[in-house]
Every structure is written in structure tokens, then in C-alpha cells.
Design a protein around this ligand. Structure first.
Ligand code: PEP
Ligand code: MN
Length: 359
């Protein structure tokens, strides 16, 4: 691939799994120091995170402590030897973060979504040698995520990582941000040289789901995790429902079933296993989608019944096949395969509608 993103290489010497943790927001000096101390002491966490400029949905809430937080983070690094990362969204914030020798920058989901903002960051980073982690955009658009990657790589940044934090969703879901794992897998396949981390905290939005999502990420061969931790999670000034104490974080890390240390140097079977996990995940999502498709078909059946319309409408069917074949062609699926697949789906759909009409 000739995109600038391909310039970014898999980081050499990156611990695996790479664990990043710390509070959603830096709140007080004491809170930053206490969290950093507990995390550093464990030896299981490699990078300390804390938001100091917080993007909030509505005005009037806690918007972060600002640059004073950088002082605390620097002090924590001095005292406990834990390098740190902060979120940056503007050129000014990049400048401040660099002044305090921040080790790694991260770009939040609300920034990745906006090419103007990402370009502003890329311009501010021109000629700077600092690793940058890019969260997925709020919406499930991997071209936008890739675009951000290309803009940052285009600024000459060599160490780039991706963070999968889920996607916003309208309507009910058990997750705060739905994971849509297939999109993260697609990014991983497109950019195998770039480390991919998972952020279970923002996917879950609640503590009780964290473990399951962390395990899923590990099974899908993610390179690391970014998880929020706070000495008193219930009292956190932001994202209180999803944070855990450093102690709980360590318990969870210990409970995860890690796969073989290094997949690249391990046996063929381990690599195969990781790919099979991806297939399982994709199949599971396809079955879910098919189930949903059939529900919609039944809904249409009810409508047809009320309005006395026939089940089969040839022109509509041809339109569906044509559209799917054209789309299939773009992703390398043959017309023959798409037609056979759609015929099976269509038969099932017709049976469902027939049942509705007969009822
Ligand atoms: C955060 O990490 O605290 C944060 C604001 O995350 P996101 O950009 O994923 O919403
Ligand atoms: Mn947060």
C-alpha cells in the first residue's frame, strides 16, 4: 500500500499486552499520585492515562483541570517511573502537552470524527517525534478512522497506535458504545503493522461488563488495553460508572485468559486459533444481522397483509440482487456467490411473510 499510513511500523519493543490505565480525568494532585502509585507498583501497567481537557456533551460540566494536570502527571512520572499519555484535541493542547514532555498523545473519538481537527493536530505535530494513539471515530466509519491515521502518519509520526472504543448508537444497547468488533478486525487486517488496543471502559460504560469485553479483545489478538481506573470510582468527576479501582483492575488482568505470549513467534496453531476467533466473531455478527433482517421481512409481511399486496414483487427483487452484486463486486465477492446467498435469504424471507399472511 502506498498510503503514508504504511510508513508507520509495528513498534519495536512494545510490551504485549500493552496496558494503559489511569483515571478518566485528572481531578486533584492527590488522586493522580495515588492512582499512579498503585498502578506503577503492580508492574502490570506500562503507561498512565488521564484526561486533562475533557470534551463534554453539554456545557457547564467538569471540563478538565487543564494544564495544571500536566504538572501532576510529570510529578507522578518522576516519583513512580510511569510514563503518561493525555488526550489532545487542538494545536494549543499539543503545544502544552509537549512543553511538559508528555510521553504519548491520544486523539479522542470526538476529534477523530472531524478531519479539520485531525489536520490541525497533524500540522501541530509536524517534525515532532512522539507516539500518537488514535481512537475510532464516534460513528462506525472506518474510512474516517483510516483518514485520521493517514493524516497523522503524513505529519511524519512513526509510532501510531489505534484504540477501539466502540461506536455511538441510537436506541437501547447494553453497551454505552457498541463494539462492532468487525470494524476493529477490518482495521487490523488493513493495517497489520499498527498496534491495536481495546478500550473496554468506554465500550461498556459500566463496570460489570468490563471483564467480558477485555477477554473478547484478548481473544481477538488485540495488542493491548486502555482501561480507566480511579481510587474512588463512584466519586469520579467523569465516567464514574465505568471506572474501577487500581486493585480491581489488577484482579481483572490476572483473571484474563491470555493467549500464548507472542503470537508471531509461537506456533502456527496459535495464529490459526486467533484467526478462527475472528471468524467466529464475524459469523456471530452475520447471524445476528440475518435474524434482524428476518424481523424486518415479517414487519413488511404484516404491512402487505393489511394492504392486500402480493408477497413477491419481481422488480423489487431484481433491484435487491443488482445492488448486492454491485456491492459484492467491490469487495471481491462473485455474482454467483451473492445470487446464491440472496436466494437462500429470500426463500426464508418469503416463508416468513407467507406465515404472516396465513395467520
Ligand atoms: C476518554 O478516554 O476519557 C475519552 C473521552 O474517550 P473517548 O474519546 O473514547 O470518548
Ligand atoms: Mn472517560
Amino acid at each position: 500500500m502506498s498510503t503514508p499510513a504504511s510508513a508507520a511500523k509495528k513498534w519495536i519493543g512494545l510490551p504485549r499486552p500493552w496496558v494503559i490505565s489511569g483515571p478518566c480525568s485528572a481531578e486533584t494532585e492527590a488522586q493522580v499520585m495515588a492512582t499512579a502509585q498503585a498502578l506503577a507498583h503492580s508492574g502490570k501497567v506500562h503507561l498512565f492515562r488521564a484526561g486533562i481537557w475533557k470534551p463534554r456533551t453539554k456545557p457547564g460540566g467538569f471540563e478538565g483541570v487543564g494544564a495544571v494536570g500536566l504538572e501532576w502527571l510529570k510529578q507522578a512520572r518522576q516519583q513512580y517511573g510511569l510514563p503518561f499519555t493525555v488526550e489532545v484535541a487542538t494545536a494549543k493542547q499539543v503545544e502544552e502537552a509537549l512543553k511538559f514532555e508528555t510521553d504519548v498523545l491520544w486523539i479522542g473519538a470526538r476529534t477523530t470524527v472531524n478531519p479539520f481537527s485531525v489536520q490541525e493536530l497533524a500540522d501541530a505535530l509536524q517534525g515532532v517525534n512522539i507516539p500518537v494513539l488514535i481512537k475510532n471515530p464516534l460513528n462506525p466509519d472506518i474510512e474516517l478512522w483510516t483518514g485520521a491515521l493517514e493524516r497523522i502518519a503524513g505529519a511524519g509520526i512513526e509510532k501510531i497506535g489505534l484504540i477501539h472504543r466502540g461506536f455511538s448508537n441510537y436506541g437501547h444497547s447494553e453497551y454505552r458504545n457498541v463494539p462492532m468488533w468487525h470494524l476493529a478486525i477490518e482495521m487490523k487486517l488493513r493495517h497489520p503493522q499498527i498496534p491495536l488496543l481495546n478500550d473496554p471502559s468506554h465500550i461498556c460504560g459500566r463496570r460489570d461488563l468490563l471483564m467480558e469485553v477485555m477477554q473478547r479483545a484478548v481473544d481477538l489478538d488485540f495488542d493491548g488495553l486502555m482501561i480507566e481506573s480511579h481510587p474512588e470510582p463512584e466519586k469520579a468527576w467523569s465516567d464514574a460508572n465505568q471506572q474501577v479501582t487500581p486493585e480491581r483492575l489488577l484482579e481483572m488482568l490476572a483473571a484474563i485468559r491470555w493467549r500464548a505470549e507472542d503470537i508471531h513467534s509461537d506456533s502456527f496453531h496459535t495464529a490459526l486459533d486467533a484467526l478462527r476467533q475472528q471468524i467466529n466473531q464475524l459469523d456471530q455478527e452475520m447471524v445476528q444481522l440475518l435474524g434482524r433482517r428476518m424481523q424486518v421481512a415479517e414487519e413488511i409481511g404484516r404491512y402487505k397483509k393489511e394492504n392486500n399486496i402480493t408477497i413477491l414483487q419481481t422488480s423489487r427483487w431484481q433491484e435487491i440482487v443488482e445492488r448486492a452484486c454491485a456491492q459484492g463486486e467491490q469487495v471481491g465477492l462473485s455474482r454467483e456467490f451473492i445470487t446464491r446467498y440472496l436466494e437462500a435469504v429470500h426463500m426464508e424471507s418469503i416463508n416468513r411473510q407467507k406465515n404472516v399472511l396465513d395467520s
